[in-house]
Design a protein around this ligand. Structure first.
Ligand code: 4FV
Length: 215
């Protein structure tokens, strides 16, 4: 999967992509990520990317021209859909991650700031609008990282155990429910014990217990 991230703050991604599973996925070339800084596409000497909203109201909006030119350049190399992260989008779920990962080899992730972006960019250049939840953040960068994380971990070779994502919450194996409680060594900690059935070695009983404890 190739991600192109359009953002005013590409540095925000560095730490999250430099460790653990995502770093390994990049090293293994399971994913590639490039960044375009929207501010690099401004045409004024101050690098202005925002302005006041027509009709008045609080806050600023990201203006058309830098976004338009940035998206155009992104689309020259990345033939995937333009995904705008916004509270007004369709809620991102495990199914969304699976579908996007299955349907596309490339994605362009557009991260908004301020109060958002001019509607004309949304109407003419955005293909998919996605929200990570019913709350308002300061920017679309965290939602973009969430998308990259959730999609990448589904790519074969990304996780140590190939099957682990098949037994995730919301997976078909769990009928879309949230997964059962998990326990690991020691069997007793501070007087708190692991359910006996999980120590029994009786796989049928363990399976039944786990199914009963899906949420
Ligand atoms: C958001 C969300 C989100 C809104 C204003 C960025 C912010 C700022 N994106 N799911 N919830 N975006 O809050 O995706 O432009």
């Amino acid at each position: 999967m190739h991600f192109t991230v359009l953002t005013l703050f590409p540095n925000l991604f560095e730490s999250y992509l430099s460790d653990s599973i995502l770093a390994r996925a990049i090293e293994k070339n399971l994913i590639t990520i490039d960044f375009l800084n929207i501010r690099d596409f401004t045409t004024d000497k101050h690098g202005k990317v925002d302005d006041t909203p027509y009709g008045g109201g609080a806050g600023m909006l990201m203006t058309c021209q830098p976004l338009f030119d940035c998206i155009k350049v992104a689309k020259e190399k990345n033939k995937g859909p333009v995904v705008f992260l916004t509270p007004q989008g369709d809620t991102f779920t495990q199914n969304t991650a699976e579908a996007l990962g299955a349907q596309h080899n490339e994605l362009i992730l557009l991260c908004g700031r301020y109060e958002g972006i001019d509607q004309r960019i949304r109407d003419e250049l955005v293909d998919i609008e996605i929200s990570v939840g019913d709350f308002v953040l300061t920017g679309g960068e965290l939602p973009a990282m969430i998308m990259i994380d959730a999609i990448t971990r589904l790519i074969p070779g990304a996780l140590g155990d190939e099957d682990s994502h098949k037994l995730d919450s919301f997976s078909d194996a769990f009928e879309g429910k949230k997964e059962h409680p998990h326990y690991t060594k020691p069997a007793e900690f501070e007087g708190l014990c692991v359910p006996e059935v999980l120590l029994s070695g009786n796989h049928a009983e363990i399976e039944r217990w786990r199914k009963e404890h899906l949420k």
